[in-house]
Design a protein around this ligand. Structure first.
Ligand code: HEM
Length: 141
């Protein structure tokens, strides 16, 4: 579980992310699809061109889900339960892909919020995203 100071790093940055979820989430997905093209296979029904409306809208959904998680840091399992069902039972995303997305989200945070994304903040976000990924992949078997 996250420590109190790790939670503070998530909660301090979230209000700066919240008004920009489509742009920031879209950038994280653009980087995912460019650097790790195998991840595109799950999105064959999307327009995956750089900055497309599909990519921004989906990026917004992903970051908004992280925002919901950030507001339930003491009950991540409950907050992410239905998304966990979706990714495990319907989408069957290979669990290895979560680390790739976690990485590109952190690159986007580091670029956009250089003053906030200290080494300690980075470590806290990495732990938060890995806890989210752990929950989203927990029902695979
Ligand atoms: C759908 C969140 C990781 C593939 C979604 C949705 C959300 C979400 C909120 C929309 C659910 C809905 O419409 O009700 C997240 C979060 C992730 C994550 C928070 C980790 C931080 C991944 C990864 C992949 C993936 C790693 C694959 C590379 C998909 C796909 C859909 C989806 C294919 C359905 C898209 C559509 O057809 O609209 N995810 N996701 N997700 N996710 Fe994830």
């Amino acid at each position: 579980p996250l420590t109190a100071s790790e939670k503070a790093f998530i909660l301090n940055l979230w209000p700066k992310i919240a008004p920009r979820v489509n742009d920031l989430g879209g950038d994280a997905l653009d980087r995912l699809f460019l650097s790790f093209p195998q991840t595109k296979t799950y999105f064959s029904h999307f327009d995956l061109s750089h900055g497309s409306a599909d990519v921004k809208a989906h990026g917004g959904k992903v970051l908004s889900a992280l925002g919901k998680a950030a507001s339930h840091l003491n009950d991540l399992d409950g907050a992410l339960s239905s998304l966990s069902d979706l990714h495990a039972y319907n989408l069957r995303v290979d669990p290895g892909n979560f680390a790739l997305l976690s990485h590109t989200i952190q690159v986007v945070l580091a670029i956009n919020f250089p003053n906030d994304f200290s080494a300690e903040a980075h470590a806290a976000w990495d732990k938060f995203l890995s806890e989210v990924a752990e929950i989203l992949t927990s029902k695979y078997r």
